[in-house]
Design a protein around this ligand. Structure first.
Ligand SMILES: [Zn+2]
Length: 509
């Protein structure tokens, strides 16, 4: 029995029933459902009793439902599976009660489902990739009428973000676009992305701090990806990159890349060996990207094989969010001051929660009249090449780009059960030999994109979803449809007219 409705993974209303507590009081039962405590313990037919101040578990029901033995002693109580003999749970004795802990992911899922339905502050916190509440208050004061930013907290942020900074804050000296490009590589990720990528590389314009992120299958692709980026910049914006700054990674000193630098007259600057802090802007950007990536994945239980999509979405969001270093302008707005004729395609898309459930039109060629008219998919970002959202259909492993979508933002597509067996440490870079100077021991993999119109026409890598080159960049000006000042209209699930529907078949290991 529980008095906390947010604990339920599914819920059914009950009428006219009550339960008698230890002191003889009758308490009304309002429903029942399943509560998942951790990856091994799912409790069925748990009663929802609103007046109950704590959660109570029946030992007989526990042992019957889970087919386990329950062993009590003077310090703890262990649950042991009868078949495998493995311990599936352990409760510690505190003040006469055995307390069974739940996993942190359960808490995250709970906070998402509970808060997302009622609080516009949390809704925007999730949509924007978990910026701090103080910062959100500065950006959107209308959200905090009669509310204090420090009265909000988010468990996903606690798990996803670093608490200490190893880099000094950067100073900002405006110049002009593409005079200096900062770059860094991250990887290899322990988990391959959906398109088998394990690395990513960032290119950051020093003037606007706008970021392009590319996913890489191998870091040997560095030279070819930079050539693509250089050509995109020249063709789309008419600028030639003058300075290129990176750390001392060997991939930045490959002969092919050095020859290209010489041919184009690009001056290469690198940090000293063992001092990645000298490449601080790129290192900081990577850390920020990884923090937002983790937050996006954790919020809606998205499996790690979609980390690349989360990373590109993180880039999209960071490019569009005001930065303190830029005196609360966004990277995109500074960049577009020099290129006013560019209008990022994706900037017209209202922001939605990454990983939420969506329904798109079913265009299967062999569909009969009795087949479903729509497909249940998961939202995995914003396309920079087409006017539409990026959608993924896990059963068929197909990606789609479309605007003909019905959103269920408050429903996470993936449940806790679907990420069983994964560990948080999988998001840490794999140690390689020799040690990779780019890898931060506690960081995640990430990549970022630019505004659609600003992105290169051809994706640098054969990525199913992403137009690798650019990630859409946001600014407050590009969030109008979603801005908190118009939040009421955004709360509704919206269906938009179709513009394009694109699919690509991919298979994953
Ligand atoms: Zn958060």
């Amino acid at each position: 029995m529980t008095g906390n409705k947010a604990l339920f993974h599914n819920f059914f209303h009950t009428f006219g029933k009550a339960v008698k507590t230890a002191d003889g009081t009758l308490c009304k039962i309002e429903g029942h459902g399943t509560v998942i405590l951790n990856k091994q313990i799912a409790l069925k037919n748990v009663l929802f009793v609103p007046n109950l101040a704590c959660n109570l578990i029946s030992v007989s029901k526990l042992s019957t439902d889970l087919h386990c033995s329950v062993i009590f002693n003077d310090r703890d109580c262990t649950l042991q599976a009868l078949n495998s003999k493995k311990m599936i749970g352990k409760a510690s004795l505190h003040n006469g009660l055995y307390i069974l802990p739940t996993s942190p992911k359960i808490e995250i899922s709970k906070s998402f489902t509970a808060l997302g339905k009622v609080d516009t502050v949390m809704l925007w916190h999730f949509r924007l990739g978990h910026p701090s509440f103080q910062y959100l208050g500065k950006l959107f004061p209308a959200l905090f009428i009669n509310k204090r930013p420090n009265s909000f907290s988010c468990k996903v942020c606690s798990l996803a973000k670093h608490t200490k900074s190893s880099y000094f804050p950067s100073t900002y000296k405006p110049s002009y676009p593409f005079a200096l490009i900062h770059s860094d590589i991250w990887g290899p990720s322990r988990v391959k992305n959906a398109d088998n990528c394990k690395w990513f590389i960032t290119f950051i314009d020093d003037h606007s701090r706008i970021t392009w992120t590319y996913l890489l299958k191998d870091k040997s692709e560095t030279a070819s990806v930079f050539v693509q980026f250089y050509n995109m910049v020249l063709t789309q914006f008419g600028f030639k990159i003058q300075l290129f700054k990176s750390d001392n990674g060997s991939e930045f000193f490959a002969r092919s890349l050095g020859d290209f630098f010489k041919e184009k007259g690009i001056v290469q600057i690198s940090s000293c060996v063992g001092i990645p802090q000298q490449n601080g802007i790129a290192e900081r950007k990577n850390r920020h990207l990884l923090e937002v990536t983790r937050s996006l994945l954790f919020t809606t239980n998205v499996p790690k094989y979609l980390w690349g999509e989360a990373l590109l979405t993180a880039t999209y969001l960071i490019n569009r969010i005001p930065s303190k270093v830029l005196k609360f302008q966004t990277p995109q707005s500074i960049f577009l001051q020099h290129f006013p004729h560019f209008k990022p395609i994706s900037s017209i898309l209202p922001l939605k929660i990454f990983g939420c459930t969506i329904f798109i039109q079913n265009i299967a060629p062999n569909k009969s009249k009795l087949d479903p008219k729509s497909l249940k998919c998961v939202l995995v970002g914003y396309s920079s090449l087409k006017k539409g959202y990026k959608c993924y259909h896990p059963p068929s492993k197909l990606f789609f780009t479309t605007m003909d979508i019905t959103f269920y933002e408050q429903d996470s597509y993936f449940t806790q059960a679907e990420i069983q067996g994964e560990t948080w440490s999988d998001f840490q870079p794999q140690q390689v030999s020799p040690p990779n100077l780019h890898s931060q021991p506690s960081e995640l993999p990430s990549c970022s994109p630019l505004p659609a119109d600003l992105s290169p026409v051809n994706a640098p890598i054969d990525s199913p979803v992403v137009p690798v080159t650019n990630s859409p960049i946001p600014t407050l000006n590009t969030l109008p449809e979603n801005t908190p000042t118009q939040i009421d209209s955004l709360q509704k699930n919206t269906t938009q007219t179709a513009s394009c529907l694109h699919k690509k078949k991919k298979t994953y290991p």
